[in-house]
Ligand binder design. Structure first.
Ligand SMILES: [Zn+2]
Length: 407
């Protein structure tokens, strides 16, 4: 028996004995009961901590994959979000529902802004702060900032009542153009009557991809009427970054639309499709979405996935599974899903069986959200190829300063 197990056992035994003595005392002297309760609770916590420590020693398995040599080149983050409330004439909006949701304040904090600041200086402040942090990052060299289209009603207009949050393309294109470290990711709901013109406009204004969130934008990727849209994407060489798997960052979602199998139509038409978060979490027809994606990988050379948000506490096991799956080789792109990496949803402390205490501590103390994200993923054994992939995929060469988007 390891000495630590013996110590835990002895502590547990002692605590039980002490508790019995205290019970008899309590009947005689009811005062000070709270103090005794607190003492007992503290004891219990010590025992729990010891047991956890023992379990950690027994079950510690180290990184998911052997840790590779540090990737020396700057990394291109192909999946970042901004947000906005419409301040400064940005055209952004957030639904009342989301604004009253506890997540709203968490997001503001993650962006490093306060509501008062945003109201005074405009939504542009979020992109300014974001650009500064990417610039300061020692690991990430540039990032794609995603616009977010909304729900399109039967009248062909933006349905504000059913749209939870909206970030216009014009706004993101204009703001990202101000910073050499930022690139524009467009979002166009194909149900807009002028969707094809929108795609052309996006391409002409430097868009590197088109982002969909089918489950909250109410887009069915398998809808045959979307064929012209897909053909235009191919013509413009614009990849489609689309969410698959369950969506929990918003207040409501139609998860059946995020089934990876529905992407066969654009894939058959030759669209380069990047499945966000490798379809982690969620299931359709009794099968995990990630398994439905894996089953399609060998059929489609134009099918890719990003690993953004996969270190989140609510997605246990998915990153490990993805890194171990041979069919994903050469198909995975690094993305951060900022601002989520800068919330309590992600922390090195959630990996006690894979990282040493020193690693967890060192990584958690890294100030820059992107550096912290890269170091965490690196320590978990993410191969260099995943960090290198986005720059290769989007034709980014360093330094990006003064260059026009190459795609
Ligand atoms: Zn995202």
């Amino acid at each position: 028996m390891p000495p630590i197990v013996r110590l835990a056992k002895r502590k547990l035994k002692n605590a039980i004995v002490t508790d019995e003595t205290e019970n008899t005392n309590e009947q005689r002297n009811p005062t000070g009961r709270l103090t005794r309760l607190a003492k007992r609770l503290a004891k219990g916590l010590v025992i729990l901590a010891l047991l956890l420590l023992v379990m950690r020693l027994v079950f510690f398995s180290g990184p998911y994959q052997p840790v590779a040599k540090r990737y020396a080149e700057p990394i291109f983050d192909m999946h970042c979000h901004t947000a906005g409330i419409g301040a400064g004439g940005s055209g952004c909006f957030v639904s009342k529902e989301l604004r009253n949701n506890f997540r709203f304040n968490i997001y503001l904090k993650a962006f490093g802004v306060t509501l008062a600041e945003v109201e005074a200086k405009g939504d542009q402040l979020l992109i300014e702060r974001l650009a500064k942090r990417v610039e300061e990052s020692e690991r990430v060299g540039a990032a794609i900032i995603l616009a977010m289209d909304g729900v399109i009603g039967d009248d062909g207009k933006l349905d504000r009542d059913r749209t939870e949050f909206f970030i216009p393309n014009e706004y993101v294109a204009k703001e990202t153009a101000k910073y050499p470290t930022l690139r524009f990711g467009a979002s166009i709901n194909p149900h807009r009557p002028d969707a094809l013109e929108g795609l052309q406009w996006a391409r002409d204004n430097g868009a590197m991809l088109v982002k969909w969130l089918p489950s909250i934008q109410f887009i069915d990727p398998a809808d045959n009427s979307l064929e012209p849209f897909y053909r235009k994407l191919v013509e413009l060489n614009l990849p489609l970054l689309t969410h698959a798997g369950a969506e929990r960052s918003f207040t409501h979602a139609r998860d059946e639309l995020a089934d990876p199998v529905r992407l066969k139509l654009p894939l058959d038409l030759g669209v380069k499709v990047i499945v966000a978060h490798a379809a982690s979490t969620g299931e359709n027809e009794g099968e995990e979405d990630i398994d439905r994606l894996i089953a399609m990988l060998e059929t489609y050379p134009n099918l890719f996935a990003d690993i953004s948000s996969m270190t989140q506490i609510n997605k246990p096991g998915y990153l490990q599974k993805t890194l171990a799956e041979k069919k994903f080789e050469g198909k995975l792109l690094y993305g951060s899903d900022f601002p989520l990496i800068n919330t309590a949803a992600v922390s090195p402390w959630y990996f006690p069986l894979n990282l040493t205490r020193e690693q967890m501590q060192t990584i958690s103390l890294i100030e820059n959200p992107w550096d912290r994200d890269v170091e965490l993923k690196e320590a978990l054994g993410m191969p260099v190829a995943i960090f290198a992939k986005p720059a290769e995929f989007f034709g980014i060469t360093w330094p990006t300063v003064g260059e026009t988007p190459a795609n």
